[in-house]
Design a protein around this ligand. Structure first.
Ligand code: NDP
Length: 457
């Protein structure tokens, strides 16, 4: 519903810096409420997710899955002589889709009446922004500049790539070393491995995805290893040397892991450098994140921030939700706060991992007395394909109230399956309600409503 705002002494009611997921959503929503909105973008429309994140990563993940699909097909009687893969064809298809999406985002902005300003914006005052020498004024400013991958400062770091570069490799290496044990490391290790690259994942700790339920990372490591990824735990890379075009990762034990590409997936930091934020009084945390209150307001009352730049949960749907709340709050009298509990997330490793709610460890730390239900089995599809793939399903239940606190899965399409269970968690479903739900047979997901035996009971 459009509202009329008082004639303003400012050029705009909202000036958004960054046309990524959070920035675009907030801008369009604000414009829909009748606000005069501009968004400045120095690079591409759609931000990390569309250009160098979720979307191209998922396309690469699909591409990598085909290798196993072909192998599975043999178990079902299919035969074929030779498989070949053309990296350039995949890149071209991916780039075409992204260009299409860039156009879609441009149209969405224009159609909602948001002015798109191409260029690098800098905050010069509580209500002023400078874009390439031009000064603009706005009642509110929204910082939605996202985050960028970081590579530790070790000798030879200049030879390494980040996920940004992995989306534009000229050719696939024969061997790759992926460093890290989080989202991007396991996703890209799976992609490279699936595309036929000899893949080693090097992680300094002892468990992948260490912020999730321990079962997930342990099971994922077993399954990735079975699919051919070499995983090296407790391994740190001290330096990287280059000789005759080959890279050698020298580990803490002095071992040399040789490869054509080293991908560092060691976290992402907020993009706040050279934005002028601190000069105008916006508080930044030690990692550069913009510090905001529950309404996403910064230390300067007219300046707000959402998305990766506030470094809470670096997830597209979270940035979208934060952007909507800011627009609602500023231009629609909204007073709702973001609920960060029960946010589902999926990791598109092979196999996929998905989780919603509390892990076993978090539930215990939070003081719950819990019951655990856990099931590991071979899905029907893989009985005949004989691929050896297994799935893990796990439920964490509060013994006192019978509420299901967490739903966790490793296996094909885990993200697709858990979206629905995330609704059940939001509705505070109990184990009895899970049990009273009739399953869909034969599926993997039916096991979530048929698990009856407590682990360790
Ligand atoms: P993560 O925080 O998930 O993982 C970073 C990994 O790098 C950790 O295993 C960490 O180890 C390791 N690490 C950090 N510093 C060093 C170092 N100096 N040397 C060696 N290892 C190091 O970050 P990602 O880069 O994988 O992803 C960033 C964020 O992007 C994610 O947290 C997620 O929010 C988002 N994302 C979401 C996706 C999705 O929704 N599917 C996909 C990709 C990214 P340790 O644990 O020991 O600290």
């Amino acid at each position: 519903m459009k509202k009329e705002f008082a004639v303003s002494e400012y050029d705009f009611d909202l000036f958004t810096i960054g046309a990524g997921s959070g920035g675009i959503r907030a801008s369009r929503r604000a414009a829909a409420f009748g606000a005069r909105v501009a968004v400045a973008e120095q690079r591409f429309l759609g931000g990390t997710c569309v250009n160098i994140g979720c979307i191209p990563k998922k396309l690469f993940s699909y591409a990598a899955h085909f290798k196993q699909d072909f192998e599975d097909a043999r178990g079902y009687g299919w035969s074929f002589d030779q498989l070949s893969f053309d990296w350039r064809a995949l890149l071209e298809g991916k780039n075409r889709e992204i260009e299409r999406l860039n156009g879609v985002y441009g149209n969405l902005l224009t159609q909602s009446g948001v002015e798109l300003i191409r260029g690098r914006a800098k905050v010069t005052g509580p209500h002023t922004v400078e874009v390439d020498g031009r000064t603009l004024t706005s009642r509110h400013i929204l910082v939605a500049t996202g985050s960028s991958p970081t590579i530790p400062e070790i000798e030879g770091a200049e030879y390494c790539i980040s996920s940004d570069d992995a989306f534009y490799l000229d050719k696939l290496p024969e061997r790759v070393v992926v460093v890290g044990g989080g989202y991007i490391a396991v996703e890209f290790a799976s992609i490279f491995n699936g595309l036929g690259v000899d893949t080693t994942l090097v992680y300094r700790g002892d468990r992948l995805l260490k912020h999730f339920d321990a079962d997930l990372g342990n099971f994922l490591a077993e399954q990735m290893t079975a699919r051919g990824v070499k995983i090296r735990f407790h391994t740190e890379i001290r330096k990287i040397e280059r000789e005759d075009g080959v890279l050698h990762c020298v580990t803490g034990d002095g071992e040399r892991l040789s490869c054509g590409t080293v991908l560092y997936a060691t976290g992402r930091l907020p993009n706040t450098a050279r934005l002028g934020l601190e000069d105008v009084g916006v508080e930044l945390a030690s990692n550069g994140a913009v510090v905001v209150d529950p309404t996403f307001q910064t230390a300067v009352p007219s300046i707000y921030a959402v998305g990766d730049v506030i470094h809470r949960m670096q997830l597209t749907p979270v940035a979208l939700a934060e952007g909507m709340l800011v627009a609602d709050h500023l231009f629609n009298g909204g007073s709702e706060h973001m609920d960060y509990s029960g946010i589902p997330t999926a990791i598109f490793s092979h196999p996929n991992v998905a989780t919603v709610g509390l892990s076993e460890e978090q539930a215990i730390e939070s003081g719950y007395t819990i019951d655990r239900y856990r099931s590991v089995f071979t899905p029907l599809k893989h009985t005949v394909s004989r691929s050896g793939d297994k799935v893990l399903l796990k439920l964490i239940v509060d013994r006192e109230t019978d509420r299901v606190l967490g739903v966790h899965m490793v296996g094909d399409d885990a993200g697709e399956l858990l979206q629905g269970f995330a609704v059940a968690i939001k509705c505070r479903a109990t184990k009895a309600q899970f049990d009273a739900t009739v399953g869909i047979h034969p599926t993997i997901a039916e096991e979530f409503v048929t698990m009856r035996t407590k682990v360790g009971a």
